[in-house]
Ligand binder design. Structure first.
Ligand SMILES: [Zn+2]
Length: 421
């Protein structure tokens, strides 16, 4: 009975979701994703496993083509690749969405065709909120819309909160003309740029839950405090419109991240940083994504809270050590359960026995569509139940302690750091 009680608690508790890229409710209704898009579309991670299994981009595009109403024919294109992917974490979340939302036991052409009317019903006004708040049972949802400010038409701000995304400052690609227009003053020297960064952060802070950057997709995570003269020289080169080399982009990016980290400390806004594995295919330099390379930044800013995302997979052991050592390092399991659920399970078990439990966040689906977040949330509930049940079964935790940890990982730790919800 012990396991059952823990399982019930995890199955029923509202989750504080720290990371999604969800489109707005209005965009969801307007785009009316069909059954294939609902499960496999709009940047769904399962696409990357299908490509990895050998599917071509042409076949994938034909499978996803919303202009073709022949759902069965589209499924047949992908079925052989699905067969090879169906047991990965990404696919497990797809299967859970299919089961929960459309009562599909096994994905097939017939099952998808039969589910299409139900998906059409899920695209009606109000269904976006129903899927996320009722079906997935999410209390708070933090969203990175890849912008500084919350998008027009965002959902109720008591539930839907937004990050200030500063990635283009940190990867050095920021357009000074656009930035000047946004902040309302000219940018002619480095001091102006510093003032613009401050403006972007302080102006958006009252509505934001965090600052976010995923610059590991464009440059190494390695950070070092640059010499001011070197930054001025890169700034002037950028002002002349010249292309920046990799090292130069890192230099002005490292300087910008230092500025951002100072404002984050003053405003008490955590900085979320993508660490570890890339979404997509054909792009990842594995040495760029190692989270240990952020140590100098974290040491330099002891009053800034850093949330290192996706457990830095496959370098998750570095985060066990960093979170144990630095009081200002938190770690987020967002997306990690679906990248590799078994590794994430083992990571949580190692964390329990080595790092204070208040600094680990348990869930973020990292999805663009609510139909997909439903599957990711269910996957997290299942795997966290398995993980904590194993701790109880092996005698490390009592059932009451396991329930307390579940409550902290899925809700209370996030609430304590970010407030609200
Ligand atoms: Zn993300």
């Amino acid at each position: 009975m012990t396991k059952q009680t823990l399982a019930n608690h995890i199955a029923q508790m509202p989750i504080y979701d720290t990371h999604e890229h969800l489109i707005t409710p209005a965009e969801y209704v307007a785009s009316a994703p069909d059954i294939i898009a609902a499960l496999f579309g709009l940047n769904a991670y399962i696409q990357h496993d299908l490509i990895s299994a050998g599917c071509s981009y042409t076949t994938l595009a034909a499978f996803l083509d919303p202009a073709n109403p022949d759902i069965a024919a589209r499924w047949h294109l992908i079925a052989p690749y699905w067969a090879d992917c169906q047991h990965t974490g990404y696919a497990e979340a797809v299967r859970l969405s299919a089961s929960i939302l459309y009562s599909i036991d096994t994905l097939s052409a017939a099952a998808l065709v039969a589910a299409q009317p139900r998906q059409q019903a899920y695209t009606q006004p109000g269904q976006y909120q129903y899927l996320l708040e009722q079906v997935a049972n999410l209390a708070t949802i933090q969203i990175d819309a890849f912008t500084w400010e919350a998008p027009a038409g965002a959902g109720d701000s008591r539930v839907y909160q937004y990050d200030i995304n500063v990635c283009n400052m940190v990867n050095g690609s920021i357009d000074f003309v656009e930035l000047a227009t946004d902040v309302g003053f000219a940018i002619t020297n480095l001091a102006d740029y510093a003032r613009a960064i401050q403006h972007v952060i302080t102006y958006n802070a009252p509505q934001a839950c965090a600052i976010k950057t995923q610059h590991a997709y464009n440059r190494t995570l390695a950070w070092q405090l640059p010499d001011e003269a070197a930054v001025v020289s890169v700034f002037e080169k950028k002002m002349r419109g010249a292309h920046l080399g990799e090292l130069e982009a890192c230099r002005i990016g490292d300087w910008a991240l230092d500025q951002v980290a100072r404002h984050a400390a003053t405003l008490k806004l955590p900085i979320k940083i993508h660490t570890g594995h890339f979404a997509g295919n054909r792009t990842m330099p594995i040495d760029w994504v190692r989270p240990g390379q952020l140590s100098a930044l974290i040491k330099q800013h002891p009053d800034t809270t850093f949330v290192l995302m996706h457990i830095g997979y496959p370098y998750q052991h570095e985060l066990l050590s960093m979170a144990k050592h630095y009081a200002n390092v938190y770690v987020d399991l967002c997306w990690a359960w679906s990248i590799n659920p078994r590794a994430s399970s083992e990571f949580v078990r190692q964390w329990i026995h080595s790092v204070p439990i208040n600094k680990l966040f348990g869930f973020g689906g990292d999805a663009f569509l609510p139909t997909q977040t439903v599957g990711f949330a269910a996957q997290t509930r299942q795997w966290l139940t398995r993980t904590l049940s194993a701790e109880v079964a092996e005698g490390y935790l009592s059932e009451a302690e396991a329930i307390q940890i579940a409550q902290q990982l899925l809700h209370d730790n996030q609430h304590r750091l970010f407030g609200q919800g």
